[in-house]
Design a protein around this ligand. Structure first.
Ligand code: PEP
Ligand code: MN
Length: 340
């Protein structure tokens, strides 16, 4: 929709219409109003965007009406919800709730296997654990790297839990695809478009986290980068965003969950651990995530969070995990979902 200024002349209106009609398949409809004239452009939103009409004489505003994401759109592409199957665990649809849990980071074989056993016993659907960590400072612990993949493989073999781990560098893509069940793209890489295309080509289920300061539409366009490579198995993750509020580490945007459920067919997971940065907030936010219709949560848990090399204050104690999982499962049951 092109809105002209009140002073726009007929010649300026005609020039905008003529310019719009240079795009194949676009029809321009002039709508004179009391004060201003609006021109609706129907067809080919990308083509219209490329015209850069904002700079033309007499143009006040160009307002996009159609949504900028395509393959992730429920309205445009896919009316039925996508159900991602991870080794038989169903994520998406309205019946299951997926509980992904584990340490922030693989620190050692003993630490990871111990927490993996507790996650299995407590009823988790999948195990999380970082091998390559995207740390804000290059001087912070960066993860064990490749040796962590062997530890995660062993944890999966022993517990049968599928493993979720983050890919930070395209150079590790094949090794990661071989070792883990779900490739996580972290908040800091949501707009690393080359990495998204690499992940799309791997054909493995993907957990795509929302960028620290990204809008929901930007998250959905990032998902389009993966989907366009033919990989349909994409799960979105709300993990908190930067706002003026500093009481919590990030602001968990729970409103994004029902919004996403409305406008995309992709499953939506919530990460209350990184959002809050405080283990005392993780259970209420997890219950809230279930109540607003999320398809699951991803939470950090450690046997000894006080000794963790990364994100200790937000990690639940493994000894509390089963009770936590039961509480969240009972909230999920209120909206008709069972643990995946
Ligand atoms: C993580 O889940 O390990 C992580 C680093 O989260 P985020 O990318 O959301 O900060
Ligand atoms: Mn972490």
């Amino acid at each position: 929709m092109v809105v002209m200024t009140p002073q726009a002349t007929q010649a300026e209106i005609d020039a905008v219409v003529a310019r719009l009609e240079t795009v194949r398949g676009v029809h321009a409809k002039v709508m004179p109003g009391e004060l201003t004239t609006a021109i609706g452009a129907l067809g080919d939103p990308e083509g219209v965007r490329a015209l850069a009409l904002e700079g033309m004489p007499g143009v006040d505003q160009v307002i996009p009406i159609s949504r900028p994401y395509k393959l992730a759109s429920r309205e445009l592409s896919h009316h039925a919800p996508t159900v991602v199957s991870v080794d038989g665990r169903r994520v998406g649809g309205e019946e299951t709730f997926c509980l992904i849990a584990g340490p922030c980071t693989v620190e050692s074989r003993d630490q990871t296997l111990a927490v993996a056993r507790a996650m299995k016993a407590g009823g988790a659907s999948m195990l999380r654990g970082g091998a390559f960590k995207p740390r804000t400072s290059p001087f912070s612990f960066q993860g064990l790297g490749m040796p962590a993949l062997d530890i995660l493989r062993e944890a999966r073999e022993e517990t049968g839990l599928p493993v979720v781990s983050e890919l930070t560098d395209a150079a590790h893509a094949d090794a990661m695809a071989e070792a883990v069940d779900v490739i996580q793209v972290g908040a800091r890489n949501m707009q690393n478009y080359g990495l998204l295309e690499v992940v799309g080509k791997l054909g493995k289920p993907v957990l795509l986290k929302r960028g620290l300061s990204s809008t929901v539409d930007e998250l959905l366009m990032a998902a389009d980068y993966i989907l366009k490579e033919g990989n349909e198995n994409v799960m979105l993750c709300e993990r908190g965003i930067r706002t003026f509020e500093t009481a919590t580490r990030f602001t968990l945007d729970l409103g994004a969950v029902p919004y996403l459920k409305l406008h995309t067919h992709l499953p939506v997971i919530v990460d209350p651990s990184h959002a809050s940065g405080d283990r005392r907030l993780v259970e209420p936010l997890s219950r809230a995530a279930a109540a607003v219709g999320a398809d699951g949560i991803i939470v950090e848990v450690a046997e000894d969070p006080d000794a963790a090399l990364c994100d200790g204050p937000q990690q639940l104690y493994a000894r509390d995990f089963q009770r936590f999982a039961e509480g969240v499962a009972s909230h999920a049951a209120l909206v008709g979902r069972q643990l995946a």
